[in-house]
Design a protein around this ligand. Structure first.
Ligand SMILES: [Zn+2]
Ligand SMILES: [Zn+2]
Length: 146
C-alpha cells in the first residue's frame, strides 16, 4: 500500500540519487517504500518479509545491501539499541541524530538539537576526541502512550 506521502518521499529520494549519481535500484526503492510506510522502526527480518511480497526471491543480503545504501545516502537511520531501521524524517541534509524511541508502541521521533550536539562535541574535544558522527537514542514513553 503506497500513500501519497510515501510517493512524495520516493520522488524526493529519486531526485537526490540522480543528483549524486547513485542508483536507486528496484530492491533499494522497495525497501525505501516499506520504511516510508512505517510509523515506527522495523527490524531487518520484518523488512525482508514485507519485501518478499514485491521481490519473491529476496534474501537477507538483499536487505542488508539495500539498507547499507540507504544509510550511506542518509535516508535511513539505524537504531542500534533495538537493531532496527527508521526512515529519516528530513533526509535531504546530513545532521546529528537524536531519536526518541517509545518503549510501548515503538514509535520513533527524530529531534535535531544543535544544543545537544554542540555540548557533546565540546565535552569530547576537551578529552581530545574528535566526533565524526553522533546518534543519540533516548528510550521512554511517547505522548500517545502516556
Ligand atoms: Zn534524520
Ligand atoms: Zn508510544
Amino acid at each position: 500500500m503506497t500513500t501519497k506521502e510515501t510517493a512524495r518521499l520516493v520522488t524526493k529520494a529519486e531526485k537526490l540519487c540522480a543528483q549524486r549519481g547513485a542508483r536507486l535500484t528496484p530492491a533499494r526503492r522497495e525497501v525505501f517504500e516499506i520504511l516510508a510506510d512505517q510509523s515506527g522502526a522495523i527490524g531487518a527480518y520484518d523488512l525482508l518479509d514485507k519485501l518478499k511480497s514485491a521481490v519473491p526471491n529476496a534474501k537477507p543480503p538483499t536487505i542488508y545491501r539495500a539498507l547499507d545504501f540507504l544509510q550511506e545516502q542518509g535516508f535511513v537511520h539505524k537504531i542500534t539499541s533495538s537493531n532496527s531501521y527508521v526512515l529519516c524524517s528530513h533526509f535531504d541534509h546530513q545532521h546529528p541524530v537524536q531519536m526518541l524511541i517509545c518503549e510501548s508502541c515503538g514509535a520513533v521521533q527524530e529531534i535535531q538539537s544543535e544544543g545537544v550536539y554542540d555540548a557533546l562535541r565540546k565535552q569530547a574535544e576537551d578529552q581530545g576526541f574528535r566526533v565524526e558522527s553522533q546518534t543519540i537514542e533516548a528510550h521512554g514513553i511517547c505522548a500517545e502512550c502516556a
